[in-house]
Design a protein around this ligand. Structure first.
Ligand code: HEM
Length: 467
């Protein structure tokens, strides 16, 4: 059914609003070739009163049953140019982020992401200096005050002495050494509290002032809950290293690798959400956003580009998985065996790869999947394989990227990703060869977050966000 309307002055005005001169020629080319009345009737039929409506309408033909097919003879602006937005605006509801969330909300998200980066780095050093079990209680408010008098310090030290770490590992520790490990853990916890407040208080203010869209407000609520859960996970992790049963073990390995991996993995998820949300809000609220989006839309016209852009999601997932497997290496201190590369003993696969589930090698064999998560050799092997797979995938992506014309920021992100991957692999190998010295291991841990950031940055630059 045709929805043609007579041309009126109002229609002309609406048309000016709907098709501003600043639009790229490419994007509007198909419309330029249509008859004026067809364009007008399209504009009128969709009640175009704003640029936002115009854009929505241009995306509508695929879904809208009232699209005036008989009137508009030319095809609509190629849906190819728009389709990726659906695919690559996955995750956060990008449509609602646009236009309404203020830039300050984006900066606030990035600031909080930077704080999470900092706490991961501090947490890594806390673990590497074996400070994590020095505070044996968890109290959100009271725990903020460290001991001040000598008496208070002695009370705290005595509490520490009751637990397996002191008995099995640290029985020679002096009070001043204890003070150092106490302050490390206390600093980590205080930073956690600070992040909670830095997220919640401004978040409430921004939501109350209407600086955020409902979608971003909801997402912020989820992130706030995740931060709370992160604190609880952290405490369960610490508790796993304070268990009395550990007195019976001959070797003390600290906290459970499962809790450590959960705590680290959750931090990485919070960080990724904050970083992507911040970048997304800033891009949709910036003046350059439209230009970048048009570049991305143009890039998607190249054959095979869609698969390339999709692959950046897989790379980010692979980096996350590799980092997760690294947490198992760290949790089991599995970096203290097979300090060589690429071999592990006589071959690339260690001879004791299946030791824990092998009936001929273990007294009480355990299932194969537990072997993969609890056997030191297997855990290190997994991490090596995943790390090398990530490095190969990134290199392959970089090679493939050469054949495409990328937006400038995507090219920069792609090159940076290759560089950071090389750095991270070098740090990992050095950490292993030098038997996990604190500075190298800490740099390797921060490197993993830098690598994740770079892969998310690349992914972000290839998303088509609403303008
Ligand atoms: C894509 C590359 C890599 C990523 C993303 C990555 C990530 C990680 C992460 C997140 C940790 C846990 C750190 C912690 O919680 O303190 C870790 C630990 C470790 N990684 Fe990697 N890693 C990579 C490559 C490698 C390579 C190639 C090696 C050596 C073959 C390696 C050896 C180690 C070792 C030995 C540890 C344990 C360090 C410790 O005890 O603190 N990593 N890795």
């Amino acid at each position: 059914m045709s929805l043609r309307l007579p041309i009126q002055a109002g229609s002309l005005l609406r048309m000016r609003a709907a098709f501003p001169a600043s639009r790229s020629i490419q994007q509007w080319a198909p419309l330029r070739t249509q008859s004026l009345s067809a364009v007008l009737s399209y504009s009128a039929s969709r009640n175009l009163t704003s640029r936002a409506n115009a854009r929505r309408s241009l995306q509508a033909p695929i879904a809208s049953p009232i699209w005036p097919q008989p009137v508009v003879r030319m095809p609509m602006p190629k849906p190819v140019a728009v389709a990726p937005s659906a695919a690559f605006s996955s995750g956060p509801a990008a449509e609602e982020v646009a236009h309404t969330s203020k830039a300050i909300v984006g900066w606030w998200y990035l600031y909080c992401a930077a704080l999470v980066f900092a706490i991961v780095a501090v947490g890594g050093v806390t673990r590497l200096t074996e400070s994590g079990l020095s505070i044996t209680e968890w109290n959100l408010i009271k725990g903020m005050k460290p001991p001040t008098t000598e008496e208070e310090w002695m009370v705290e030290f005595d509490k520490y002495k009751k637990f397996p770490e002191y008995t099995l590992l640290n029985h020679n520790i002096t009070l001043s050494e204890f003070k150092f490990i106490f302050y490390m853990e206390w600093g980590h916890r205080m930073l956690g509290r600070f992040i909670g407040l830095s997220f919640i208080l401004p978040g409430l203010y921004f939501a109350a002032r209407g600086y955020m869209t409902p979608a971003i407000a909801k997402r912020s609520f989820v992130v706030a809950c995740l931060i709370g859960c992160q604190g609880v996970l952290g405490w369960y992790m610490v508790k796993s290293g304070l268990r009395e049963e550990l007195f019976e073990s001959k070797q003390f390995h600290g906290v459970s690798q499962y809790w450590l991996a959960a705590h680290l993995g959750s931090a990485f998820i919070i960080y990724s959400t904050m970083l992507l949300t911040g970048l997304e809000i800033l891009r949709t609220s910036s003046k350059g956003a439209r230009l970048l989006s048009e570049q991305v839309v143009a890039a998607f016209r190249q054959p095979g580009f869609r698969v390339f852009a999709m692959s950046t999601h897989n790379i980010a997932a692979l980096v996350l998985l590799t980092a997760f497997s690294g947490a198992f290496v760290a949790g089991l201190d599995a970096g203290l065996i097979y300090n060589e590369f690429p071999y592990m003993g006589d071959g690339l696969v260690p001879s004791d790869m299946w030791a824990l589930s092998d009936p001929s090698k273990a007294e009480k064999p355990i299932p194969w999947w537990r072997n993969l998560l609890e056997n030191h050799a297997a855990v290190q092997f997994n991490h090596r394989v995943l790390a090398m797979t990530t490095a190969t995938a990134v290199t392959a992506l970089w090679v493939v990227s050469r054949k495409f014309t990328l937006p400038r920021s995507s090219r920069m992100a792609m090159n940076a990703l290759l560089g950071v991957t090389a750095l991270q692999v070098s740090l990992g190998i050095s950490t292993l060869l030098y038997l996990v010295p604190v500075p190298l291991a800490a740099a390797h841990q921060s490197g993993s977050l830098l690598l994740l950031s770079t892969s998310l940055w690349l992914l972000h630059t290839l998303r088509v966000l609403p303008k």
